[in-house]
Write a protein that binds this ligand. Structure first.
Ligand SMILES: Cc1cc2nc3c(=O)[nH]c(=O)nc-3n(C[C@H](O)[C@H](O)[C@H](O)COP(=O)(O)OP(=O)(O)OC[C@H]3O[C@@H](n4cnc5c(N)ncnc54)[C@H](O)[C@@H]3O)c2cc1C
Length: 285
């Protein structure tokens, strides 16, 4: 195959615009190289985007956090800014694969690869992230939710993810915000999630009631999804053991509706309860 190695985004896009054949981006290579080696894909062109410095950054700008698509999970998990402002993403990043994988694997690659079990994806859903994309047809910015739904807004061939951004939560009154990510795999390390979940909870620190919350689960369908019914039901509820039971019961129902009759249903309807208790303990100690 032919190989291109641009040093800027504009050089990359200009090169793509001149190529009629299929071009596949290579970032960390942790998903792609396996597919190339097995012969699953045989693109005419490979474009290495791992040497483009402008795709590697984490910064706070105005009331948003912006992350370059070429940022590795090691960089994300080591970032104090991400840990403070988007704890669930920091936790998700630190649980991806092994140290070697995290040193190569990028958030852009995780989004583009679109595995149902991708660990950053539930976190991006609860953070209500947006994704910036550029291609031969120009630039666009879509919500991560729209991008992964693939219904007209999905990532097109030759489109490069450049940036991910999400709003910062603003404190007010007695309100506090905390987020967390949890995952269950077949082993404790280097394991693809059998279930993963992120939650972002805004609560009244005085009377311990939930003001608003966002929940998302992965590995239960083609793409991770938000739990909007649960989010509505939790509004105004006091955080206690009964609430933990209520959340666990709701999640069991989510599994039953998502994968009825699947061989993993029995396991996942139990496992998700444990995951919920772990997440709640992490959120509220
Ligand atoms: C041993 C092992 C363990 C793993 N463990 C986990 C895990 O625990 N959790 C998890 O979520 N994943 C895991 N993965 C999967 C993988 O590491 C992640 O999906 C990773 O984020 C992919 O990023 P990458 O930069 O390596 O992508 P690449 O392999 O370079 O690319 C993946 C796909 O995305 C496209 N792409 C990459 N960057 C862009 C971009 N900026 N714009 C458009 N398209 C792009 C490529 O063309 C390709 O189709 C594991 C993989 C391995 C091999």
């Amino acid at each position: 195959m032919d190989f291109a190695c641009p040093l800027t985004v504009s050089e990359g896009i200009e090169t793509i615009s001149r190529i009629d054949e299929e071009v596949v981006f290579l970032s960390g290579g942790t998903d792609l190289v396996i597919k190339l080696q097995s012969g699953e894909i045989e693109p005419a062109w490979l474009m290495d985007i791992s040497l483009i410095p402008e795709l590697k950054f984490i910064k706070e700008a105005g009331d948003r956090i912006m992350i370059g698509s070429g940022t590795t999970f090691s960089q994300l998990s080591e970032s104090a800014l991400v840990r403070q402002k988007a704890r669930c993403l920091s936790q998700a990043a630190s649980q991806v694969g092994s140290a070697q994988i995290r040193n190569r694997a990028t958030i852009g690659g995780n989004i583009a690869n679109a595995s149902p079990a991708g660990d950053s994806l539930p976190a991006l859903l609860v953070l209500e992230a947006w994704v910036s994309v550029i291609g031969p047809q120009g630039f666009r910015r879509v919500t991560f939710d729209q991008l992964q739904a693939r219904d007209g807004y999905g990532l097109q061939k030759k489109e490069l993810i450049t940036e991910i951004d999400f709003p910062l939560w603003k404190p007010y009154g007695n309100a506090q915000m905390i987020s967390a990510f949890g995952k269950i795999g077949s082993r404790t390390a280097v394991s693809i999630a059998r279930l993963n979940m992120a939650a972002m909870v805004e609560f009244d620190s005085k009377d311990q009631r939930i003001l608003n919350s966002r929940w998302a689960v992965g590995a239960l369908g083609l793409t991770p999804f938000r739990l909007e019914t649960l989010e509505r039901e939790l509004q105004g509820k006091k955080v206690d053991q009964d609430l933990a039971e209520e959340i666990a019961d709701h999640l069991t129902g989510v599994v039953d509706r998502a994968i009825p009759g699947r061989s993993s249903q029995g396991y996942k309807r139990q496992a998700i309860r444990g995951l919920a208790y772990d997440l709640l303990e992490d959120l509220f100690q």
